[in-house]
Design a protein. Structure first.
Length: 456
């Protein structure tokens, strides 16, 4: 991403995080002694990370490091490098894409698979690198398609895209990836890197979606069409149902938009009805294979059995706790489409998530210094990481409890998404219920996983 932004803006593009950010890169300054002033300076920092990681990997070879204490030291060094890399990434995208900075009250964006307007073509972005997803937004704006095509995301690319456009939708966290792809709502799927499934071409083909791999880190063995004519790629994807790797973000954005517009009218399907789900559930022989492989140990036999009787309550509870691994369907000898059955039970409710704001402002830190010292503010709690976890509602309830007790709550990544996937008795998410300020009782979405550099 840094290389893409340097190519786009030049290495001399100034780093400016706003008037309220005095110390722009504490991790980079501390570790490397470098005060980054341009995008080119960030490249110096990331090259240091590359060199050190290579050196650390050497120590894992056979016959190398033999001391547990030195291994722990190296592990801590790797973590320190990770923070430098995360800081490089978030500063680069704030500067290069014009993300919000020095502002607390960022936009509230729609979240949930029910937020997608299914009457429009839909482009789904999955991963962690927003170079292509933000370019998709640019292409739609420049070609008068901004209000004609839906753009939604899963995992951190979703958070980054909503920092760029408040019209983009957050579909959900990692645990909802396979489920959403199998709904077939996405006409085109764009993958970049990290937190993407290795079987994406197979799943895209099953659902009738077109797939474009946008980075060479995950090409799935697809033909590299980067140098091909865009219209020829579109023709092959529409007529021959081919998937491609396109490593040029501008070309990938153009192809994605054109393919989505062409194939969407052919793919409009209705939701699975309750009657159809009941008939599919009747194929279950209650062999128990699904239960054996379920990491959450769900009583799927009972859930599917209840659906066959017309009762969807149990399968709905199981969906809400499902981590979306798909092992149940893989093992089913009768090929019962458990995920499709869950579509009927799954809530089509929409939620709100606040767009990531980037670094906390110096003025905010000064304001809370004394109250934290005096105990008026009990402390700061960070919720980070992926919600590939049995009960995502726990995250939202913990955020609510800490904010109610006047802690400062900061969130990043998929944890920031799932915190908004629960409503109180008044129908409000934690982002609607609490202020976005870095202050007592505030709930602050800092951004994606790379934004962890701002809170550690």
């Amino acid at each position: 991403m840094l290389e893409f932004l340097i190519e786009k803006h030049g290495p001399d593009k100034k780093i400016d995080l706003g008037t309220f950010i005095e110390l722009e890169a504490p991790n980079i300054r501390t570790v490397t002694g470098l005060k980054p002033e341009t995008l080119g300076d960030l490249k110096i920092a990331i090259e240091y990370v590359y060199k050190e990681i290579t050196h650390l990997l050497d120590s894992t070879h056979t016959g190398q490091e033999g001391s547990y204490l030195d291994y722990e030291s190296k592990a801590l060094h790797a973590s320190m490098l990770d923070h430098v890399g995360m800081e490089v990434a978030d500063i680069a995208q704030i500067v290069g894409f014009g993300y919000p900075t020095s502002v607390a009250d960022t936009a509230l964006v729609d979240m949930g698979w029910g937020s997608v307007d299914r009457s429009k073509p839909m482009i789904l972005v999955v991963g962690h690198n927003p170079a292509t997803s933000c370019t998709v937004i640019d292409y739609l704006r420049e070609n008068d398609l901004y209000d004609k095509v839906e753009v939604g995301g899963i995992c951190c690319t979703a958070l980054e895209t909503t920092r760029y456009s408040d019209r983009a939708k957050i579909i959900g966290p990692l645990s909802r990836q396979l489920f959403f792809i199998r709904t077939g709502i996405a006409d085109v799927i764009l993958t970049d890197e990290q937190c993407i499934r290795t079987d994406m071409p197979i799943e895209a083909s099953k659902s009738g979606s077109a797939l474009i791999a946008c980075l060479d880190k995950a090409m799935y063995g697809l033909e590299d069409a980067t140098e091909m004519d865009a219209d020829d790629i579109v023709r092959q994807m529409v007529e021959d149902k081919k998937h491609f790797a396109i490593l040029d973000p501008k070309k990938a954005a153009e192809v994605a938009a054109k393919v989505a517009m062409k194939i969407a009218p052919q793919r409009r399907n209705e939701w699975l009805t309750e009657e159809e789900a009941i008939e599919l559930a009747k194929k279950c022989t209650h062999c128990g294979m699904c239960e054996r492989v379920c990491p959450n140990l769900f009583a799927l036999n009972d859930g599917i059995g209840e659906v066959a009787k017309g009762n969807f309550e149990l399968i709905k509870e199981q969906f809400n706790l499902c981590i979306g691994c798909g092992k149940c369907e893989q093992e089913c000898p009768n090929k019962v489409p458990i995920f499709k059955i869950m579509q009927v039970a799954a809530s089509k409710e929409t939620w709100k998530c606040r767009a990531g704001r980037g670094p906390v402002m110096d003025t905010e830190i000064r304001n809370v210094g004394a109250p934290i010292t005096l105990g008026t503010i009990p402390g700061i709690v960070a919720f980070v990481g992926c919600s590939n976890y049995p009960d995502i509602r726990d995250v939202a309830e913990m955020v609510d409890e800490f904010a109610r007790r006047k802690y400062i709550v900061v969130l990043t990544g998929c944890a920031a998404m799932v915190a908004g996937m629960w409503k109180d008795a008044e129908g409000k998410t934690v982002y609607e219920k609490y202020p976005p300020d870095f202050d007592a009782g505030g709930v602050v979405n800092v951004g994606s996983c790379v934004s962890n550099a701002h809170i550690t």
